[in-house]
Design a binder for this molecule. Structure first.
Ligand code: AMP
Length: 282
């Protein structure tokens, strides 16, 4: 695996691979089996797999969250080497933001950045768009791999590709969410939970499977189901709930029942750690 640590090295590597099809997996590091599933998909579908590790400051609306984001670069490198990834790019701030971050362009992504995550993390998706627009323009991958774990991010990036990067013809491939044996979605932030916290966090999965996914709920009022879920989590020791919303997977707008395609989107705090998840309800 070639480790690329600046822009000119990236350009050299990309020039040297000729017409190989490039599969690109963007990450913020602290790699786990969820990232691995995307890498394995990319390995199957592409001639040359490149991973980026970059904890992008502009997508953090909370400095504390940014400062405590786990950094396990050495272990990540070993992990990627084992998986025979072709290249890892760990850019500098300068590579990503050559003109700084004070006057970044605004990305019009059809207001998808203003709801759900966007409402609770103002500017988050603009930051995601800034960094991915930069990486995609530099790498020009044939395929881009993202996880369904961040469902709204997938929608945002799909719109970014259509509205701003159409000429690059990037194929967006979405990998399903990888969970631990207890149903908890793997996440780099889980590294900040205690063992008891990891155990408790799986209540999210179990509540959805054992209560919400049951067909008799389909015609019930979504808002009532959401508040029942919220009460359940708060009475089981979760710190707070940003949102629990049953919404359309197409528009991400709330739906009143789930007789038509719908997903439940969840953002909660446990032990001061913000966890997000989402589930298909049909
Ligand atoms: P992150 O490093 O958290 O920015 O995630 C990098 C990519 O991995 C994103 O496309 C995520 O959606 C994806 N990802 C994160 N967690 C999981 C998971 N548990 N299962 C599948 N994909 C994931």
């Amino acid at each position: 695996m070639v480790i690329i640590s600046n822009l000119s090295a990236l350009e050299n590597v990309l020039n040297s691979i000729g017409r190989k099809s490039v599969g690109y997996v963007p990450t913020m590091g602290a790699l786990h089996e969820g990232h691995l599933s995307l890498i394995q998909l990319a390995k199957k579908q592409s001639d040359f797999v490149i991973v980026t590790i970059y904890v992008n400051p502009t997508q953090f609306n909370d400095a504390k969250d940014f400062n405590k984001y786990p950094n396990t670069l050495e272990a990540d490198i070993r992990f990627l080497e084992q998986e025979r990834v072709d290249a890892l790019y760990v850019p500098t701030f300068q590579d990503v933001y050559p003109h700084g971050t004070d006057s970044l362009p605004y990305f019009d992504i059809d207001n998808l950045d203003l709801i759900l995550e966007g409402k609770y993390r103002p500017g988050h998706f603009q930051g995601v768009c800034s960094v991915l627009h930069r990486f995609i323009t530099l790498i020009k991958p044939a395929k881009l791999y993202l996880g369904e774990k961040d469902f709204q991010q997938v929608k945002v990036v799909d719109t970014l590709l259509k509205n701003y990067l159409l000429e690059l013809n990037v194929d967006l491939v979405v990998g399903s969410t990888v969970r631990n044996s207890n149903g908890l979605a793997l996440s780099s932030r889980n590294k900040n939970l205690s063992i008891q916290g990891i155990e408790k966090a799986s209540l999210i999965y179990h509540y959805v499977q054992n209560h919400i996914k049951l067909s008799q709920f389909k015609n019930e009022d979504s808002r009532q189901i959401e508040s029942g879920f919220k009460e359940f989590l708060l009475s089981n020791g979760f710190d707070s709930v940003d949102y629990i919303t049953i919404a359309s997977p197409n528009t991400l707008e709330p739906v009143s029942d789930f007789t038509s395609p719908s997903r439940i989107f969840i953002a909660i705090f446990l032990e001061g750690v913000r966890l997000i998840d989402n589930f298909d309800l049909l």
